[in-house]
Design a protein around this ligand. Structure first.
Ligand code: R5P
Length: 302
């Protein structure tokens, strides 16, 4: 029988030490519920407050994109280097090993292909299925200024309501269509609308002039979208400038998986994002890592 009396006497309540109340590390996210913060803390590294998301969802509107023809061969080997994966449920279920343990940002909107008006999107996943997949966040495209602007904003608000109900953060993705300007004024407008209407974080493009005003005027974390393939040094510079100007990380696709050495590239991006490594040094690292398999082969005499 337990000695109840002696247990009581040995208790220490530290009555003179106030309980610690640790603020949550992500911008604008302190008022979120525990489950939402827990999911965020899987996507964003608490040590740096930043993330390197690997975006491979392009097929949801443009089919087998260059570099994504065989996700099992080209992407699965670099999954360990990503902090989170942004993708569709189709690729997740068919290609990504469930034991990879990576937080999933699930593409939750879609509809039109590249053959139609891209802004005519609707929500494309049931929350029950997203929960079944144990996702860490949901992503919805918002086309501010697009033909179906209001419809896509309503997609965001409906998803934000569902996300709040089940504790799943919602990523508002600002789309830049053929006819939409890509400058700081436009991105400030688009990002702010997403945040005001409930997005828990926002993904947008980098602009050379005034990007810091985009991040400053968005009350929730902003992650930078990579955009079209650039030479590696330029892409690393883009990531560097984005985080130095207030982005909480990157969500890069083509600049990683279309690189000649995707594993080397994502490792270099990580150093830029999490450690603030200068682009020049990160590019040197990229070149070293890129040549490693060849150097190892040469050493083995094969
Ligand atoms: C865009 O709509 C897609 O959802 C991609 O996730 C996004 O464009 C990021 O990929 P990338 O770095 O290739 O632009």
């Amino acid at each position: 029988m337990p000695d109840i009396e002696s247990q009581t006497e040995s208790k220490e309540f530290y009555v003179n030490i106030p309980q610690k109340n640790q603020p949550f590390f992500l911008k604008g996210s302190s008022a979120l519920d525990w489950g939402m913060q827990d999911r965020f803390a899987r996507i964003f590294q608490p040590q740096s407050g930043r993330t390197v998301m690997l975006a491979i969802d392009h097929g949801y509107f443009q089919g087998p994109t260059t570099g994504l023809e065989r996700v099992d061969l080209n992407i699965v080997p670099i999954v360990p280097y990503a902090d989170a994966l942004m993708l569709t449920r189709g690729i997740l279920r068919s290609m990504i090993p469930s034991a990879s343990g990576k937080p999933i940002v699930l593409r939750a909107s879609g509809g039109p292909s590249i053959l139609k008006d891209l802004s005519n999107e609707q929500l494309a996943v049931d929350l029950e299925d997203a929960i079944r997949l144990n996702v860490s966040a949901l992503a919805v495209q918002v086309f501010i200024g697009g033909e179906f602007e209001t419809q896509t904003v309503h997609n965001l608000t409906r998803l934000a309501d569902l996300g709040n109900r089940y504790g799943i953060p919602v990523l508002g993705v600002t789309a830049v269509g053929r006819d939409l300007t890509r400058d700081a004024k436009y991105l400030r407008l688009a990002c702010r609308i997403c945040a005001e209407l409930g997005a828990h974080f926002v993904k947008t493009y980098y602009v050379a002039e005034g990007f810091e005003t985009v991040t400053a005027s968005c009350p929730v974390p902003v992650v930078m979208a990579g955009g079209k393939k650039l030479p590696e040094l330029e892409a690393l510079s883009l990531a560097y400038r984005a985080v130095q100007e207030g982005a909480s990380g990157v969500d890069m696709g083509r600049n990683i998986f279309q690189s000649e050495a995707p594993a080397a590239m994502i490792q270099a991006v990580r150093r830029v994002v999490h450690e603030g490594m200068k682009p020049k040094h990160a590019f040197e690292l990229y070149q070293t890592l890129r040549n490693e398999p060849k150097a190892a082969l040469a050493r083995s005499g094969a």
